[in-house]
Design a protein around this ligand. Structure first.
Ligand SMILES: Nc1ncnc2c1ncn2[C@@H]1O[C@H](COP(=O)(O)OP(=O)(O)OP(=O)(O)O)[C@@H](O)[C@H]1O
Ligand SMILES: [Mg+2]
Length: 298
């Protein structure tokens, strides 16, 4: 797999019709969960590929500081990360790596500490790099690490859309609630989409959604919690992970792949209906908000 991947190449090799129309900024969707191991990375990776199959140009920001992140899932070893961009050693095009089907991965993991300590000129440099880069993608998906660390909160605040992944385990539901609660009460974030993973049947997904919606409604007041759907517990998920390949590529007809394609089309609808023209969903605003959030804490 190419280490340094020219994005221009990708736009040329893909269909020309995929080029985003001017005035339609890329949308930024942050995927998080509270509890670890619920399936964020798997969802992000496969949704990215499904969106790519639907003609969207997708970037994954691998913001997971843990071990089980996108590069491990795909068996790739990125040489550089966002810190190399900030230090001026590399341009963003040299840092991103190509994933399956032409999705692009921006490794942020070990660069995140550097991001926290960035000076004004470095921020500006990154903003400029990202702005130019933003012209070549339609959707940016952020694969967050587990928990409610400052980084997870910042990425959620800065993103235009927030997807929270849960399973039916009570610990997952309470951790998802804790994440939503902090974002609502401390940061005035009001809209979330819920994705229930590893369910036995559709009813289980609905039940978890209703349960969480009831509690947020009761204790957090007016907020919008959409149901993005559910993904069945499917042994093909771990089989694909063991083979270090994307589920949707090697088991496209599995239950989980079908569900992920549905999730991807709902994301597209969501993006089309409320996101694409909104400024706060796009890449430049994402980074600006991120800097603002960091600035406030620092
Ligand atoms: N739909 C599913 N069916 C069966 N197993 C699943 C499913 N989704 C995820 N898993 C299992 O859960 C494990 C964790 O998945 P994943 O790494 O995507 O979670 P995560 O939320 O990103 O974890 P972390 O919080 O550590 O980043 C995987 O190894 C996989 O085996
Ligand atoms: Mg993960």
């Amino acid at each position: 797999m190419d280490q340094a991947f020219g994005l221009k190449q990708m736009s040329n090799s893909g269909s020309g019709a995929q080029r985003r129309k001017i005035g339609r900024p890329p949308v930024v969707i942050s995927v998080s969960s509270g509890k670890g191991g619920v399936g964020k990375t798997n969802v992000v990776l496969n949704t990215a590929i499904a969106l790519r199959d639907m003609g969207k140009r997708v970037l994954i920001l691998d913001a997971d500081m843990g071990l089980a992140n996108i590069d491990v899932m795909l068996g790739i070893a990125p040489k550089y990360n966002i810190a190399h961009v900030l230090s001026g050693q590399k341009g963003i095009r040299e840092v991103v790596v190509q994933g399956p089907k032409g999705i692009i991965i921006l490794p942020a993991s070990s660069g995140t500490t550097e991001l926290l300590n960035m000076g004004e000129s470095e921020k500006l440099f990154l903003l400029e790099e990202m702005e130019e880069f933003g012209d070549e993608i339609d959707v940016m998906l952020i694969d967050n690490s587990a928990g409610i660390s400052d980084n997870v909160l910042y990425f959620n605040i800065a993103a235009g859309h927030r997807v929270v992944v849960v399973t039916s385990e009570p610990t997952s539901i309470t951790d998802a609630y804790a994440l939503i609660k902090i974002l609502v009460t401390r940061h005035k974030i009001k809209d979330f989409s819920l994705l229930v993973n590893q369910v036995r049947d559709m009813q289980e997904g609905q039940r978890v959604f209703k349960q969480l919606a009831r509690v947020t409604d009761r204790f957090l007041g007016a907020l919008s919690l959409d149901y993005l759907g559910c993904i069945f517990k499917d042994e093909n998920v771990s089989k694909a992970i063991c083979q270090q390949q994307a589920l949707i590529e090697i088991y496209p007809e599995s239950e989980a792949s079908r569900a992920i394609r549905e999730v991807a089309s709902r994301i597209l609808n969501m993006v089309n209906s409320r996101g694409e023209v909104k400024q706060d969903g796009n890449i430049k605003f994402f980074w600006q908000h991120l800097f603002l959030a960091w600035g406030k804490e620092g």
